[in-house]
Design a protein around this ligand. Structure first.
Ligand code: SF4
Ligand code: SF4
Length: 399
């Protein structure tokens, strides 16, 4: 977005906010002053941070306006990642918060380590504490900050990674150097093992985890969340809308209902929303004032959750990996599919697809797909569909 466009967007954001009937009346809208006192908050574990129940995941954000509007409306936690827009998202978030009192917001980012196998969550020997510290330095430079509040280790799924000596050393060193305040994990799949390992390790303060009404191992996951909270960790939920849309062309899920569902679990301190507009921001902040599900929301929740539709959400359970003779990274391809059709973010879908390293038309070599997906996806059809994105130059997706 050009500077002029950004100013216009910010201006419109402020006008929209100041006249909003849905906004809580206490909110301070003066630039540079966020009054968090009236939004419902929960404690983020041993970090001591009181966070509103809604935080912002900035992966879909294309301008600084919504970042600043979220801050001014009372949002406290801003989550980016080194892989959003090849680092440009961190620059954008840093610009959006520039000049504000440093202790009035919390920045989190997921820094991708060298040598991680994103399919299995295992680290190769190329991972070193030094290489990870360089990743943290890169994020600091892009944000334009002296320290990052929370650094998350992504693709956390395996105990040996979460408790890897070099990972712990990198985090301890960065904390000692004052470059990081808190450390955490981010997990899409294998979350029970990752959470248990993080709680046991003792150095982790935060976990960002996929948590939604479609999760299949909910009882085990809730147990691990409770255990992590007991160990002092703060839990932030992501992917709560489970892809937003029930299928590629079908109706959207009731986002209020599914976010409220996640927040019924008191061990979830905040839900990360990928909001990109002021309307979504207003809607989210209005919703968290009353978490009781209305009759209509309960109906929508049951409709979305219980009728057996696979929706766009891949559980990242990895059960497909051993079934494909071509060893495709199906979970990553399915995430790309969800980003494209659910979150309507083709750029993120493009990057995620690139991570999967899909060969051209590989599924054409199978007459019948041998994969029986745990969520009931027609894996072959979905891969053939999203694989077309590989041929689109990235520049086209940024205009
Ligand atoms: S089996 Fe299905 S739900 Fe599980 S990771 Fe593979 S595609 Fe996703
Ligand atoms: S059709 Fe199924 S089994 Fe064949 S390559 Fe594609 S995902 Fe693998």
């Amino acid at each position: 977005m050009e500077n002029n466009d950004r100013r216009q967007f910010l201006k419109k954001s402020m006008i929209g906010l100041s006249g909003a009937a849905l906004m809580p009346t206490h909110l301070s809208l003066a630039a540079g002053k966020a009054d968090h006192s009236g939004l419902p908050t929960r404690l983020l574990g041993k970090t001591g941070i009181n966070t509103p129940l809604i935080s912002i995941g900035t992966g879909n954000v294309t301008g600084t306006g919504i970042v600043r509007a979220a801050y001014d409306a009372g949002v406290k936690l801003f989550f980016s990642a080194t892989y959003y827009g090849e680092g440009n998202n961190e620059i954008l978030v840093g610009e959006g918060l520039k000049g504000l009192p440093r202790d009035s917001y919390v920045i989190g980012t997921a820094a991708i380590p060298d040598g991680i196998d994103k399919r299995t969550g295992l680290l190769s020997s190329s991972f070193t504490a030094e290489s990870y510290l360089k990743k943290v330095e890169g994020s600091l430079t892009r944000f334009g900050l002296d320290y990052i509040d929370i650094v998350l280790f992504p693709f956390a799924a395996k105990k040996e990674t979460v408790q890897h000596e070099a990972v712990l050393k990198a985090f301890e060193t960065a904390k000692k150097q004052g470059k990081i305040r808190f450390v955490g994990i981010a997990s899409h799949g294998g979350t029970v093992e990752a959470l248990d390992a993080a709680a046991e390790a003792g150095i982790y303060d935060v976990a960002m985890i996929s948590y939604n009404y479609k999760i299949q191992n909910l009882e085990a996951l809730n147990g691990s969340i409770a255990n992590a909270v007991k160990a002092g960790m703060g839990i932030v939920a992501m992917k709560t809308t489970a892809g937003v849309f029930r299928d590629k062309s079908g109706p959207a899920v009731n986002t209020d209902a599914v976010i409220k569902w996640a927040l019924q679990n008191k061990n979830i301190s905040s839900v990360v929303s990928g909001m990109t507009t002021v309307d979504q921001l207003k809607k989210n902040l209005s919703m968290i004032n009353n978490l009781k599900l209305t009759d209509q929301e309960l109906k929508d929740l049951n409709l979305a959750g219980l009728n057996g539709e696979p929706t766009l959400y891949c559980q990242q359970c990895q059960k497909c990996l051993s079934q494909c003779p071509h060893n495709l990274d199906i979970p990553t391809v399915m995430r790309s599919y969800m980003y494209a059709y659910g979150y309507k973010n083709p750029e993120q879908a493009w990057h995620t697809l690139a991570e999967a390293g899909l060969a051209n038309r590989v599924c054409d070599q199978c007459d019948i797909c041998r994969v029986k997906c745990a969520s009931g996806f027609d894996v072959k059809a979905k891969i053939s569909d999203i694989a077309r994105l590989k041929d689109v130059p990235l520049d086209f997706l940024r205009v």
